[in-house]
Design a protein around this ligand. Structure first.
Ligand SMILES: [Zn+2]
Length: 194
């Protein structure tokens, strides 16, 4: 490979965690799951209420299911600082909105993987949940919410759509629950579901 340029191996960029504002500081590899200890890169010490500087008080750990690497569920254990304002006493957590939606259990990359796995790869929700190492309900709720946010709430979703296919498939066999999807056949995206 005469033209190949290599950089130093780096778990943070390999797992695309730099895009989420995170840095890997540790790893634990089990046969069936990987856990990456992460820290939030950007400090967040200025009070949102009064603008004074806060001091780091303690930390909490936020667990996020990330995209599986090598078919092994990959969980992020993100250490999040809590600050207390020196002026008004307000307490807040370091901003992790680049990494995940508020209260979400999946990282943004994990969510993206799940959505692509279902829409493009036609994986079942059960298989996606297994890949992420989360419950069926967690995977299903996250995918439906993200699919709605990305595709259905986007008013330009029908722009440039030239062919639409309707596909009905069983989402959950045991509950006999069906979902109908309207797909843009060229972009392989769900434009509506019900
Ligand atoms: Zn304050």
């Amino acid at each position: 490979m005469p033209d190949a340029t290599f950089t130093c191996p780096d778990l943070t960029t390999f797992c695309r965690l730099d895009e989420l504002g995170l840095e890997v500081v540790g790893q634990r590899l089990d046969s069936d799951r990987a856990v990456l200890a992460c820290r939030v890169v950007a400090p967040d010490q200025w009070c949102r209420r009064c603008g004074c500087q806060g001091s780091a008080r303690d930390t909490v750990t936020r667990e996020l299911a990330h995209e599986p690497l090598g078919w092994r569920p990959t969980t992020l254990a993100v250490t999040v600082r809590r600050y207390r304002c020196s002026g008004c006493g307000h307490v807040w957590r370091q901003d992790t909105s680049n990494a995940a939606e508020p209260r979400a259990k999946l990282s943004r990359r994990g969510l993206r993987w799940a959505l692509e796995a279902i829409v493009v790869g036609h994986l079942t929700v059960a298989r996606v949940a297994e890949g992420l190492g989360v419950s069926w309900n967690t995977a299903n709720d996250a995918v439906l919410a993200e699919g709605k946010r990305m595709l259905i709430d986007d008013p330009s979703r029908f722009d440039a759509v030239t062919a639409i296919g309707v596909d009905e498939h069983v989402v959950r066999h045991e509950a006999l629950l069906f979902r109908m999807e309207v797909r843009d056949l060229h972009r392989l995206a769900v434009v509506a579901a019900g």
